[in-house]
Design a protein around this ligand. Structure first.
Ligand code: C5P
Length: 221
């Protein structure tokens, strides 16, 4: 299987943000272009994997050679992911909103002259990576991302443990890095056996390297 080491394997990737409705015209979201997640889905497919991408709302095209499922909310993303198990590989790249509005409104909330704005009551969203990492149908290789602005390694190590992941790809998303929405990324790969710092690469190069690393981990055990 020369250059298609993932032939016969299945993979699930999440990408993009989620949009959590406040009312029909307003939402809460994280910043995410979907570029890194989409690139990973495409890279796994190039290595021969049968890839399903579950994408939140993004403006970039669906990657070639991949089955893409479009969702809006975290709960929809969670259900779409769980419905595709079992798979061999899961790479959870989406910037899922941690909270949703507990009582989102079917009608647009009107501004009332002279009245204080209505408070938003938030409730926690399901943690998709954590659910997959501890699932009875847990994929052989589970990869998470950690977008941090401080104490990157420390936070990523804690995430590895808590989420039940094999690898965490940690990146510094401080505004001055230009990583958010940009085409380049500088990451550290954390596993229970150590940390590997990769050089500054394009998101496509990060995706290719990560897909190769996943293929190695699948074949070595
Ligand atoms: O906890 P935190 O959001 O920092 O963790 C980031 C990792 O967890 C990413 O891989 C992200 O895709 C995943 N995640 C998830 N579901 C959530 C929150 C985060 O899958 N509700």
């Amino acid at each position: 299987d020369g250059d298609r080491p993932l032939e016969g394997r299945t993979a699930l990737v999440t990408s993009g943000p989620t949009h959590e409705p406040i009312d029909p015209v307003r939402y809460i979201a994280n910043r995410s272009s979907g570029r890194q997640g989409h690139a990973i889905a495409a890279a796994l497919a190039r290595l021969g994997a049968d890839v399903t991408l579950v994408s939140g709302p993004v403006t970039i095209p669906d990657p070639a050679g991949v089955t893409t499922i479009h969702v809006e909310r975290a709960e929809e993303m969670h259900d779409a992911v769980l419905s595709r198990l079992p798979v061999d590989i899961a790479v959870m790249v989406a910037a899922v909103a941690d909270w949703r509005v507990a009582t989102s409104s079917d009608q647009k909330i009107k501004k009332q002259a002279g009245e204080a704005p209505a408070p938003l009551i938030l409730t926690e969203n399901p943690d998709i990576l954590k659910t997959v990492g501890h699932h009875e149908k847990r994929p052989r290789v589970v990869v998470g991302f950690a977008a941090e602005t401080q104490d990157i390694e420390e936070n990523a190590l804690r995430k590895l443990e808590r989420k039940g992941a094999d690898l965490i790809v940690a990146n510094d998303v401080s505004p001055e890095t230009g990583i958010m929405g940009g085409s380049r990324n500088r990451v550290k790969i954390l596993s229970p056996t150590g940390v590997e710092a990769w050089p500054d690469l394009t998101k496509d190069e990060v995706a290719d390297r990560l897909a190769r690393l996943i293929a190695e981990r699948l074949t070595e055990r």
